[in-house]
Ligand binder design. Structure first.
Ligand code: HEM
Length: 147
């Protein structure tokens, strides 16, 4: 990959921190099962919690596809199987989000929803903090509207 400094592809700065070349974030979080649990909780909360109604409304009526895509993406983003890239090629995440109006409020709802999901599925506190920093970078970079 030639896009190491892109927040889309550099989730945890693994080289600098706890995960060694042999240990990926994907393994640290608990592999496919735990990651899927986290993604499912994220979308369940988005459906359930009124404070996420703003970002819920940006999504299609049925979010089964959204669940799969985020799971496939995060699998590769965390150093696990590159499921999203195998299916769709380069994520082009910012471009793919351009149809949706994302300002600071939407970014913060997304991040809050993800923080809540990680807490609910029992991700280790230090790992939660580390992932939140990376999610913040990517979500912030996704903003495409003032406000
Ligand atoms: C900043 C706030 C964000 C909002 C409001 C947002 C919203 C959305 C929406 C509405 C979709 C379309 C869902 C669908 O077609 O089913 C989408 C797709 C997606 N989002 Fe986000 N998103 C945000 C941040 C992020 C972040 C931080 C990531 C990754 C860490 C991410 C990863 C994805 C992926 C992988 C897709 C599927 C893209 C595709 O193949 O069409 N999003 N997002």
């Amino acid at each position: 990959m030639t896009i190491q400094n892109n927040p889309e592809n550099n989730p945890g700065h693994e080289q600098e921190e706890t995960a060694s070349a042999e240990t990926t974030l994907f393994e640290v979080i608990g592999g496919a099962g735990k990651l899927r649990e986290m993604v499912d909780r994220f979308y369940d909360l988005m459906e359930l919690e009124p404070e996420f109604a703003g970002i819920r409304a940006l999504h299609p009526p049925t979010m089964e596809g959204s669940r799969d895509k985020l799971y496939w993406f995060l699998s590769g983003w965390m150093g696990g199987p590159s499921l999203y890239i195998e299916k769709f090629g380069h994520p082009r995440l910012r471009a793919r989000h351009l149809p949706y109006a994302i300002a600071g409020g939407e970014r913060d709802q997304w991040l809050r929803c993800m923080a809540w999901a990680m807490q609910d599925v029992g991700i280790d506190e230090a790992l939660q903090q580390r992932l939140m920093q990376s999610f913040y970078e990517t979500a912030n970079w996704m903003r495409n509207r003032q406000g």
